[in-house]
Design a binder for this molecule. Structure first.
Ligand SMILES: [Zn+2]
Length: 217
């Protein structure tokens, strides 16, 4: 079987399956095609120009993105386009990205595989009292801790911080040393609706009583 350049024009070069078939059938080789197309050889495989990037998180379904994008952008898009439930806490994703190439034996293989760490930021839920305009404070009486720095604790390599919204009693928890499950750490944020509602009401009543006492005196 000839492997001359003339044979290359007979191959549908936009289709990786056709390219793989041609290489498997000995019509051409990875090296010849790479030279002819000025294409890259990655992990001993021919990667066609403009070939798509695939992205997938653990247990998810893979999605295909334009070859014009970067692996990092494809991973970000994969997370942004996801149909996630209300994000009241930071979500950590480890997204794999890869391209496909054709090996010397005409096999289609995953190449350029890498891991991309993507964080989906938490959003405080709206409340009847505040809408989206919460007022975050760390009242010692409510969140505890030490008087000079209420609501703050050391946590291994970082800090955890608890705050409360004085408008609706929502809790905000920040952990600057959250375990990502892969040996790394990230900043985790979580909002809990009505968490301190009773404490806020008690505090309002106490303050009101103080005022009444002041007036009486
Ligand atoms: Zn609020």
């Amino acid at each position: 079987m000839e492997t001359k350049k003339e044979n290359i024009v007979k191959i549908d070069l936009s289709d990786i399956e056709s390219v793989a078939d041609a290489i498997r059938d000995g019509i051409t080789t990875v090296e010849l095609l790479a030279e002819y197309l000025d294409a890259d050889i990655v992990n001993d495989c021919l990667v066609l120009q403009g070939s798509p990037i695939f992205a997938c998180d653990e247990g998810g379904e893979s999605m295909e993105f334009s070859g014009e994008t970067t692996p990092g952008d494809a991973a970000q898009e994969y997370v942004d386009d996801g149909d996630w439930v209300e994000d009241t806490q930071t979500r950590y994703f480890r997204v794999s990205t890869w391209r496909q190439g054709v090996s010397a034996s005409g096999e289609i293989r995953d190449v350029n595989r890498r891991q991309n760490d993507i964080l989906l930021e938490a959003q405080p839920p709206t409340s009847d009292e505040c809408g989206d305009d919460h007022k975050w404070v760390a009242h010692y009486d409510i969140v505890g801790g030490i008087r000079d720095n209420p609501g703050v604790w050391y946590n291994g390599g970082g800090l955890t911080m608890t705050e409360v919204c004085t408008g609706c009693g929502m809790g905000r928890h920040i952990d600057t040393w959250a375990d990502d499950g892969y040996g790394g750490y990230y900043t985790h944020e979580e909002y809990i609706l009505d968490e301190f509602q009773d404490a806020i009401q008690d505090k309002d009543e106490d303050e009101h009583e103080d005022e009444t006492e002041d007036e009486a005196a």
